[in-house]
Design a protein around this ligand. Structure first.
Ligand SMILES: NC(=O)C1=CN([C@@H]2O[C@H](COP(=O)(O)OP(=O)(O)OC[C@H]3O[C@@H](n4cnc5c(N)ncnc54)[C@H](O)[C@@H]3O)[C@@H](O)[C@H]2O)C=CC1
Ligand SMILES: N[C@@H](CC=O)C(=O)O
Ligand code: NA
Length: 428
């Protein structure tokens, strides 16, 4: 039997504690699968002295000096499940340059500056694996970076944030309030340390950047991704979606454009209840990948939570451990295509626009005229009266996002438009 694979674990929260538990419970199988035992040589935590007696490890493994642990000569592999940009980037660049393989679930860092990590991995001849960073337990990045490398991916669409899916599902199913559902998602270990990252769409945008980078062989960063969260989605929007036979989901949509570029976006959208993504409830994730030869593939499973995410980390550990024993490393980053990422204004989609207007003659015609002046074609209009006021719900045909934005800006200026109650994109 070969020498053990020595692992440093950075972070022991929702995911890290499950990594520790699984390493202990599955020690024999991991040894057989890798061909050498895995030895946990240190665990970096933020606070010393906390009672961690429930974890199956000796207390002397814990340290508050993560950088010191990463630099130790006896460390082969670093697992980072702390999150955030710094100091995680410093630790991981240090490890990779020194030839230590890295496994991370840190999508924020990968989407902000994955280039530095890939460069450091190439410099140090080390592996960089991050299956946990997108869609938790679902094997998605390995299929994109290996299985589908012989094909041409055209589109990646899906639900990649468990917390917001949990909240939207609860709002749709039980009429639960936003804050109450967020509290529950946090208690279940789904939410980020700062749940703003989830509800404002930053987490999904980071994942969209990682997916697009792999799918299109192009470095796509979080800043390239159009992002809207779910904080503006109201109970009225959910009811309006229901009335149309739809539900609201936070979608990630990355696709090739007609001129050879790509567009990458994250925003809430109404989707028909008959679409497979509509049935994805709770903290589950689902991603469709469309490739020219393969056709449509669907990946579904637990996208958040300590144990599911730890499963992805351990899968990466087996791959990294095997590579080390064989003296090889995984293929390096593939970013040769370097495609242009287009702004949201150029993306075409359909819209659901809800207006509160004065209920008087000529209002409907004037509203329709504003849409027409921006070349946004109306598919349906529904009006319901409320005394002197009325609610107008307009669904458009496909139009560029910039045209819809200009339409809404003009509508807001009209004296008979009391409020633009909501603007939601409609997909599928
Ligand atoms: N919870 C989930 O469902 C998933 C989480 N992830 C990612 O995994 C990472 C960890 O997530 P969670 O475990 O949920 O977060 P968490 O907040 O439960 O755990 C992070 C731990 O890191 C510790 N920490 C903070 N600064 C530290 C430092 N300087 N040195 C050592 N430890 C430090 C914190 O005290 C905390 O215990 C994040 O990057 C997150 O985005 C990825 C997929 C799913
Ligand atoms: N906060 C994230 C955790 C997994 O990536 C989510 O809710 O999906
Ligand atoms: Na995954």
């Amino acid at each position: 039997m070969a020498d053990s694979v020595k692992v440093a674990l950075l972070g022991c929260g929702a995911v890290g504690s499950e990594v520790v538990r699984l390493l202990h419970e599955q020690a024999d199988d991991l040894t057989a699968r890798i061909g050498a035992p895995v030895e946990l040589v240190g665990i970096a935590v933020r606070r010393a002295g906390r009672d961690r007696s429930d974890l199956p490890v000796k207390p002397d493994l814990f340290t508050t000096d993560a950088l010191g642990l990463v630099k130790r000569d006896d460390v082969d592999v670093v697992i980072e499940v702390v999150g955030g940009i710094e100091p995680a980037r410093t630790w991981l660049v240090e490890a990779l340059r020194a030839g230590k393989s890295v496994i991370t679930g840190n999508k924020a860092l990968l989407a902000e500056d994955g280039g530095s990590l890939h460069d450091a991995a190439a410099e140090g001849g080390a592996d960089l694996y991050y299956e946990a960073s997108v869609a938790g337990a679902i094997p998605l990045l390995r299929p994109l970076r290996e299985s589908l490398h012989g094909d041409r991916i055209t589109q990646v669409t899906g639900i990649v944030n468990g917390t917001t899916n949990f909240i939207l599902s609860a709002m749709d199913a039980t009429g639960a309030g936003f804050s109450e559902a967020l509290e529950e998602a946090t208690a279940l270990g789904y939410a980020e340390a700062d749940p703003t990252a989830d509800v404002e769409g930053f987490d999904a945008a980071a994942k969209a950047a990682i997916l697009a980078s792999l799918a299109f062989h192009t470095r796509v960063r979080a800043a390239d991704v159009y992002r809207e969260g779910i904080t503006e989605v109201s109970a009225a929007d959910v009811a309006s979606a229901k009335a149309m036979g739809c539900t609201i989901k936070l979608l990630c949509i990355a696709g090739r454009t007609a001129d050879g570029g790509v567009s990458v976006r994250v925003h809430p959208a109404m989707i028909p209840r008959t679409h497979p993504l509509a049935g994805v409830g709770e903290a589950f994730n689902a991603v469709f990948v469309e490739a020219e030869a393969a056709g449509q593939l669907m990946f579904y499973g637990r996208g958040a939570g300590g144990a599911p995410t730890a499963s992805a980390v351990l899968g990466d550990l087996v791959a990294v451990g095997r590579n080390r024993l064989a003296g090889v490393r995984a293929a390096s980053e593939s970013a040769y295509a370097d495609l242009a990422v287009h702004p949201m204004g150029e993306v075409r989609t359909r819209y659901h626009v809800s207006l509160d207007v004065a209920d008087r003659a000529g209002v409907l015609a004037s509203v329709a005229g504003v849409f027409a002046s921006h070349d946004v074609s109306i598919a349906t209009v529904n009006q319901s009266g409320r005394g002197a006021e009325a609610s107008l719900v307009i669904v458009t045909h496909s139009a560029p996002d910039s045209a819809l934005a200009a339409t809404v800006a003009e509508l807001r200026q009209l004296d008979f438009v009391r409020a633009v109650a909501s603007v939601l994109r409609v997909e599928f």
